[in-house]
Design a protein around this ligand. Sequence first.
Ligand SMILES: Cc1cc2nc3c(=O)[nH]c(=O)nc-3n(C[C@H](O)[C@H](O)[C@H](O)COP(=O)(O)O)c2cc1C
Ligand code: SF4
Length: 415
Amino acid sequence: MIVKIVSKNFDIENSHKLEVAVKNGRYSSLNKLFTMTPEEVTKEVIASGLRGKGGGGAATGNKWQLIPDEHEKPTYLVINADESEPGTFKDRQIMEYDPHLLIEGIINSSYAIGAHHAYIYIRGEYVFWAKRMQEAIDEAYEVGYLGEKIAGHDYALDLTLHRGAGAYICGEKSALLESLEGKRGHPRLKPQQKEPEWFFGGPTVVNNVETIASVPYIINEGFEAYRAHGTDCSPGTMLFGLSGHIKNPGVYELPFGVSMTEVIEKIGGGVKDGKKLKAVIPGGSSCAILRADEINDITLDYESLQEHGSSLGTGGMIFIDEDTSIPESMKNLFEFYHHESCGQCTPCREGCGWVDKILGKILKGKGSLKDYDTMLDACEMLNGKTICVFAPSVAYIADSYLAKFKNEFDVLCKE
Ligand SMILES: Cc1cc2nc3c(=O)[nH]c(=O)nc-3n(C[C@H](O)[C@H](O)[C@H](O)COP(=O)(O)O)c2cc1C
Ligand code: SF4
């Protein structure tokens, strides 16, 4: 079931060191890369069907094509290594075990979009991973994989690592760019039409770590090799994270389209301590929760999760056993969302707080039937009237908890 494309070198001793990385194929795509035009690289990525692994699943190559042909300021590539979504811990595996794969992907992708300066925006709390990544960047500069004339070719690229300061919202691409420009990390209003992002006035692509780490394989092996895995609409593989009440938690690279129940049994080893499964959050905490009886036909791809009323998100699956209180786990999540709302939009700033406070009241045994309805009202208010998708996502999560586990709220909300 496991297919190793991005995680191929994870188990090799000292795989993060340049010498070992090069011996095991890192930077091998560069020879082929520089025989291709940037347009050919983009076309290869489009043909592979590679989709963004940061949560939204947008088509990567098509996003690169949004960079206009003519523009005054330089083009940038920005790598989103903010990884703050609860249940998500895959990008740090790449930065820990194969940082040179990420750098190789950054060279491939920057060349495709015409960027000569790329940035990695890394989560503030990832102190170890920032150090590991910086060491790899330094090694790459020393031998000429970064800087002027990359690997002797007529192409220059600088790479800067920037540490965030611990705000979840800075994972949202426009907030990330604001923060990287030295401003407060607030999401920007988005235009109606499709556009690139903008960084210091230059057209910019923001991509997730795993997305970019998938590119060297596509360049080296060709788009058909990538498409040989996964499904038609969700080609290739993803690093799936298993956490919560599961016997074998961890990160596993699997082709899209595998059965969720098989993954739980064969990879995860089943629910911990022989208990029954109550629920699954399938792709990081911003996905609708699923009851155990809803997952039987689910396959791990964007389409199947959507058909079943949730989403694949970041692929970080959180398993919840029969003894866990859903109102308590919802409270835990809402403390997080309440704290992390950036506060620009009143419905989000106030709404997340209301739901958090009402859940606190209910868990103290002071809940009434009206409280359940007030939470539903707050969710309606959060939906669609805000600058970024944080608030609608929170509404969508809360709705799923309230609707699917109403019985547990009924017990707590008495009159
Ligand atoms: C609240 C919020 C938090 C996000 N956090 C992350 C994150 O930590 N890492 C990430 O890659 N994308 C995150 N995203 C998605 C990014 O905005 C963006 O879509 C993504 O980095 C694009 O890369 P991709 O196309 O390669 O997935 C977040 C989005 C939202 C709304
Ligand atoms: S929806 Fe929430 S997180 Fe997004 S901009 Fe508004 S207040 Fe900030």
